[in-house]
Design a protein around this ligand. Structure first.
Ligand SMILES: C[S@@+](CC[C@H](N)C(=O)[O-])C[C@H]1O[C@@H](n2cnc3c(N)ncnc32)[C@H](O)[C@@H]1O
Length: 214
């Protein structure tokens, strides 16, 4: 599982939360509530946070499903997961666990989850990996379960916009333009009631879909 991207994230994990805090000026809490709210998971449900990083969204999911439910945070970076685990221990969230795996090959059985989230990470999955991840999300969701993915919106101002495109380019999203124009299509034929909306901060967008029946 040793790739350059994993090594990059292992290193980045040491300062990730500080960077986010500076960058978001504490609007992160409202973003986490926004995405978990839209999954519509509740007490006793099972929920998955894909590419969980240091586990911010997974912690919010755990609060929603309560002690009778289960929240799982998945990531391929050991460094990120260590930080995430520390958070769940500090908060005494026994209903939250973390799994190290690739988003394109989920180690869960079919229909295992009521809701799946992916926050600010989906753009980083490259072509085939991205398609496989969507297929895997559809497989592990139960019928009617919701997949909500949140991403940075294209900034209006020039300088942040240039940085946004540089990020996409270096992360391997070379089909950027086509992808940005056509994001909803990544939900393919596997989801219905696909809706896109802006976050309350105006800086992120959320796309949600509901798993179709067979
Ligand atoms: C920008 S961070 C976002 C973390 C978190 N979701 C958040 O909103 O703070 C991207 C995360 O995606 C993870 N990641 C990237 N590609 C992945 C893959 N193919 N499988 C699993 N995790 C992946 C990285 O390790 C990193 O933790």
């Amino acid at each position: 599982m040793g790739t350059i991207r994993q090594a990059y994230y292992d290193l980045f994990s040491r300062i990730y939360d500080h960077v986010i805090r500076l960058h978001s000026r504490d609007r992160q809490g409202s973003l986490r509530r926004f995405i978990t709210d839209r999954t519509r998971v509740s007490e006793g449900d099972r929920a998955l946070d894909l590419c969980t990083g240091t586990g911010a969204v997974a912690v919010e999911l755990a609060a929603r499903v309560g002690k009778g439910g289960l929240a799982v945070g998945l990531d391929f970076s050991f460094g990120m997961l260590q930080k995430a685990k520390q958070k769940s221990v500090n908060l005494n969230l026994s209903q939250l666990c973390f799994v190290r795996a690739n988003a394109a090959r989920l180690p869960f059985k079919d229909s295992a989850f009521r809701g799946v989230t992916c926050s600010h990470a989906f753009y980083e999955l490259k072509g085939v990996e991205r398609e496989l991840a969507v297929d895997e999300v559809a497989r592990v969701l139960e019928k009617g379960g919701r997949f909500c993915l949140m991403e940075h919106a294209r900034p209006e101002r020039l300088f942040p916009r240039v940085l946004f495109y540089i990020r996409l380019f270096f992360l391997g999203s070379r089909d950027v333009k086509q992808f940005l124009r056509n994001e909803e299509s990544i939900f393919g034929g596997k989801f219905k009631n696909i809706a896109k909306e802006m976050s309350p901060t105006g800086q992120s967008k959320l796309i949600c879909g509901e798993k179709r029946g067979e």
